[in-house]
Design a protein around this ligand. Structure first.
Ligand code: ZN
Length: 258
């Protein structure tokens, strides 16, 4: 099982990955709060040569579900651009948050926008890497907070080969019971491509998105390792940086012992 972490500092992903003993690293290719188009990664050759796998997390500003043209249009372009840049470094996929419509808007219209993202790109030959849609923690008008919403989303995008990224903190804080969640999600999507294995600083169904190190949050760490084993997908820690080495060690021990 490949285990690794999201890197806050992105200029030397392989060097940092090696120092952590990671099998896989996740990185941004642009400032996640901006709309900048990704530049070629300065370490492309090294990343491609390294046995460490990479996955790219898309920018936080992206919301492909949005009913607002001025947000949706740049979001579509950013997903395509960032998928192309992810392919340049051999990434296994591009993680994109499920997004949301605004309070009072029709979530079905947001689902239609997700479908259009894939339909339009299909005319251009599809995305350069798989798009991994991530569940989110908050909001009553989210596309991928609750499993019933994920089921409606998958009815619209499943046929385009969309992948799924399960974030354990988001599921818990979003109000989804964790026991059996891997099976329930696979029952909907048929797949889990990546796990963001995070504990939560907040309580169940708090709708808050604050990640905690594995042994220090409100989720029983044994539950997290159960999910890690059951998912059968690469694991990325997005936990606070100062505890990541301990989280990796804990996870390796728990998964080998189990
Ligand atoms: Zn995540």
């Amino acid at each position: 099982m490949r285990i690794g972490a999201h890197l806050r500092q992105d200029d030397d992903p392989i060097g940092i990955g090696e120092s952590l003993g990671a099998d896989i690293v996740q990185l941004f290719l642009t400032d996640p709060q901006k709309w900048d188009k990704p530049e070629p990664h300065p370490q492309t050759e090294r990343i491609l040569r390294s046995p460490i796998d990479v996955v790219v997390h898309s920018s936080y500003v992206i919301n492909v579900a949005s009913l607002n043209n001025r947000l949706r249009m740049p979001s579509r372009k950013a997903v395509a651009d960032q998928a192309a840049a992810a392919a340049e470094i051999g990434a296994l996929g591009l993680v994109v948050h499920g997004g949301h419509v605004r309070d009072g808007e029709d979530p079905a219209a947001g689902v239609t926008n997700w479908r259009k993202l894939f339909e339009r790109q299909q005319d251009k030959g599809g995305f350069a890497v798989p798009i991994l849609i991530e569940n989110t923690a908050g909001g009553d008008f989210a596309m991928a907070r609750h499993l019933d919403a994920i089921a409606r989303l998958w009815d619209a995008v499943g046929e385009f080969g969309a992948g799924f990224c399960l974030d354990t903190c988001h599921a818990w804080a979003g109000g989804e019971e964790l026991p059996g969640i891997v099976e329930r999600i696979k029952g909907i999507t048929g797949r889990i491509d990546l796990v963001h294995l995070n504990n939560s600083r907040d309580e169940f169904n708090s709708a808050r998105d604050r990640h905690a190190n594995l042994a220090t949050g409100t989720i029983d760490p044994a539950m997290l390792t159960d999910i890690a084993s059951a998912a059968g997908a690469p694991l990325i820690l997005e936990t606070p940086a100062e505890g990541i080495a301990d989280d990796l060690a804990y996870l390796r021990d728990a998964l080998t012992a189990g």
